[in-house]
Unconditional design. Structure first.
Length: 222
């Protein structure tokens, strides 16, 4: 008697098919491993890219540098700006007096010429708001006596003053005289070292745009 062993195939049932579908294949396993290995690299790259993004402070520094470079390229050095005197003024007389006021004149002055050379301007700073207001009041009294007024702005203990003549346009003897008076009054009220800022001139510019001037004769004003 002989026996023959035969391999009985598993029944092809729905359960068997389901198990076969859920059994991971080698290709699929390789794909998972490959995907797992590449994921840290992608994460590392993304993290590295994130750290390279500039901070808000760095963006502000970059913007400030660009603004400073633009101002340096678009404006002339103070020593190269030539004063423009108003019609009827004598440059021979006013020139030396102006040099004493300017920071570039070598006499310790603090005034600077504007880019067009038609005005001089500077900032005055005092210990308190009360001192600043007293200084402005004293200057305003001189303005009334001379019938000539500056372009100025004030924030707390700091005052920005710009002297110019609108008609005829340029620097006149009144501008030079009143700027000299401002320096003298500032000493009397205890002027301190000012902090440079572009906000004060900009504030004065906006005020001028909405106000009149004291230089145009009344019969010529509209």
């Amino acid at each position: 008697m002989s026996f023959t062993l035969t391999r009985t195939p598993k029944p092809n049932t729905l359960l068997t098919k389901f198990n076969n579908l859920n059994r991971p294949t080698r290709n699929f396993s390789v794909f998972i491993q490959s995907s797992n290995r590449s994921t840290p690299k992608a994460t590392s790259s993304a993290a590295s890219h994130y750290h390279r993004q500039p901070t808000q402070h760095q963006k502000y520094q970059h913007w400030s540098l660009k603004q400073q470079q633009y101002r340096n390229m678009s404006s002339s050095p103070p020593s190269e700006i030539k004063p423009q005197f108003s019609e009827g003024s004598d440059p021979v007389v006013l020139g030396p007096a102006l040099d004493k006021l300017l920071s570039t004149g070598g006499a310790g002055g603090r005034w600077t010429l504007t880019q067009e050379g038609v005005a001089i301007e500077r900032t005055f700073k005092f210990k308190t708001f009360a001192k600043t207001w007293d200084f402005m009041t004293a200057v305003s009294l001189q303005c009334k006596l001379k019938n000539h007024h500056p372009e100025w702005s004030n924030v707390f203990n700091t005052t920005f003053i710009r002297w110019t003549t609108h008609v005829p346009k340029g620097l006149s003897s009144k501008d030079i005289e009143l700027a000299t008076i401002c320096d003298s009054l500032a000493k009397d009220f205890g002027e301190t070292e000012p902090t440079e800022s572009c906000a004060m001139p900009n504030l004065a510019d906006r005020a001028v745009a909405f106000s009149g001037d004291c230089c145009t004769p009344k019969h010529l004003k509209k």
